[in-house]
Design a protein around this ligand. Structure first.
Ligand SMILES: Cc1cc2nc3c(=O)[nH]c(=O)nc-3n(C[C@H](O)[C@H](O)[C@H](O)COP(=O)(O)O)c2cc1C
Length: 210
């Protein structure tokens, strides 16, 4: 096994903080493997702060996210993407699809696509939704489309992870956040999220060593 650090980017967008929690758990899972680094990058919301600040609970969540994960400019993230061995994308479910800020990032990656900069990199996805059949699976799968176009190698969660019967899907970790987006993350959610992080780390390392 090479001593080179395998670099994983966990790139996410979150409005109410749930996707952040998932990103953190995925990072913990990745870092269970030695010689692996996990970097979290957050994409800005399209809702202005004066709207957020009308709701004290929401403000608190957003201020906490801003403190811990200041947002990165889309262009900066795009420049950084080729430096990673694996990229794990996280988005809340929005009408059964990824959120607009994440789609906006993909829509600015033509240069990466033309140069083939992401070909052969490992990719994975995670999401959350208000309701059980609210479109978690369609969101996870639709998040994969641009990754396939970029030539990435997609990794999901196998059923050897027992908690997968209670949380997430083979397409990636996902959790039910409830209609107010305030349902606490549970043990099964955490285990599936960590399993994905660990699996992406292991597979990325194998590919680096090949
Ligand atoms: C515009 C919009 C569309 C949404 N569409 C769906 C949906 O199709 N299905 C669903 O279950 N939840 C839906 N939700 C709920 C979000 O998925 C939920 O609030 C999100 O997963 C919370 O993640 P966050 O805390 O990281 O923002 C929607 C929320 C918004 C604001």
């Amino acid at each position: 096994m090479s001593d080179r650090t395998t670099k994983i980017l966990i790139l996410f967008y979150s409005r109410y903080g749930n996707t952040v929690k998932m990103a953190e758990e995925i990072a913990y899972g990745a870092k269970e493997i030695s010689h692996v680094s996990a970097t979290l990058r957050r994409i800005a919301d399209d809702v202005p702060m004066d709207v957020v600040s009308q709701n004290p609970e929401w403000s608190k969540v957003v201020e906490d996210m801003n403190d811990r994960y200041p947002t990165s400019e889309i262009d900066t993230i795009i420049q950084e993407m080729p430096m990673y061995d694996a990229i794990i994308f996280g988005s809340p479910t929005r009408f059964g699809n990824m959120a607009a800020p994440l789609k906006a990032l993909w829509d600015r990656t033509s240069k990466l696509w033309m140069e083939g900069s992401l070909i052969g990199k490992i990719g994975a996805v995670f999401t959350g939704a208000a309701s059980v059949h609210g479109g978690q699976e369609t969101t996870a799968i639709s998040m994969m489309f641009p990754m396939f176009h970029h030539g990435m190698i997609i990794v999901g969660v196998p059923y050897s992870v027992p908690e997968l019967t209670q949380s997430g899907s083979p397409y990636g970790p996902s959790r039910i956040v409830g209609p107010m987006a305030n349902k606490a993350i549970n043990d099964e959610d955490i285990k599936v999220a960590r399993a994905l992080g660990k699996r992406v780390a292991q597979i990325s390392q194998k590919i680096n060593a090949a």
